[in-house]
Design a protein around this ligand. Structure first.
Ligand SMILES: Cc1cc2nc3c(=O)[nH]c(=O)nc-3n(C[C@H](O)[C@H](O)[C@H](O)COP(=O)(O)O)c2cc1C
Length: 215
């Protein structure tokens, strides 16, 4: 069955989320970008034509990007349109530990009740920041797993619990990995990539700001 996909990344077309959408795309599917907030009414109309909807979004500050939340709030005004639909959520994150995204898995179940959905599944696929930068061979395992989940979803089959667990990986880092991480952190090697991003966005000097601490 065809799917309507939503790329929930604020990076829009330059995102890891869009790379994943493209892996999963088949003829007859459509991909929309939630970054285009002014298109929400068009997207609502698109939903009418599909039973199966896939949301792919990154973990942002331990939650979902605001554009994704805004869309769910928008949909809650149109329960008659979304009622009885099947939603698949693919949540991916910078951190490699699945535990950071579990809260969203629970939220999706709340959403299922609020919107009166027929089916809701959540795939957690951590450690995604390199996806758009890495050659396809290095993404092959993640890609194959996501395709398998989406095929099950398209065909009204249950997602494999074993594969969900494998894809999520470790809930938290092992003691050994934590020790190694602390060592690399001590050497200043863990923040190189993110610090470069902060500098590119003129935000490096503000990295320890606490804008809400006075409230
Ligand atoms: C503003 C911002 C906040 C983020 N917050 C988190 C976070 O709380 N936990 C995490 O594991 N990753 C976090 N990340 C990393 C993203 O989830 C990760 O880089 C993801 O691959 C981005 O996907 P995208 O390119 O589709 O937006 C954050 C990234 C940004 C830019």
């Amino acid at each position: 069955m065809n799917c309507l996909m939503f790329n929930g990344s604020p990076r829009g077309t330059a995102s890891n989320s869009l790379v994943m959408c493209k892996w999963l795309y088949q003829d007859g599917d459509a991909i929309n970008h939630l970054k285009q907030v002014s298109n929400f009414n068009i997207y609502l109309n698109d939903i009418k034509s599909y039973q199966k909807i896939i949301f792919i979004y990154p973990l942002y500050v331990d939650s979902m990007p605001a554009i994704v939340k805004a869309f769910f709030e928008y949909l809650s005004e149109y329960k008659d349109v979304v009622k009885g639909k099947d939603f698949l959520f693919i949540v991916h994150s910078g951190f490699g530990e699945a535990i950071h995204s579990r809260i969203l898995e629970r939220y999706h179940q709340i959403l299922k009740n609020r919107l009166d959905l027929n089916r809701v599944d959540t795939v957690i696929s951590p450690g995604s920041e390199g996806v758009r930068l890495m050659p396809i061979q290095m993404n092959q395992k993640r890609k194959n797993r996501l395709i398998e989940f989406v095929n099950s979803f398209r065909n009204d089959q249950e997602l494999s619990l074993g594969l969900l667990k494998e894809t999520a990986g470790a809930e938290i880092m092992s003691k050994k990995r934590r020790r190694r991480f602390k060592f690399f952190n001590f050497l200043g090697l863990t923040n190189i990539y993110w610090n470069r991003q902060l500098k590119q966005n003129n935000a490096y000097k503000s990295r320890y700001d606490r804008p809400y601490s006075d409230y």
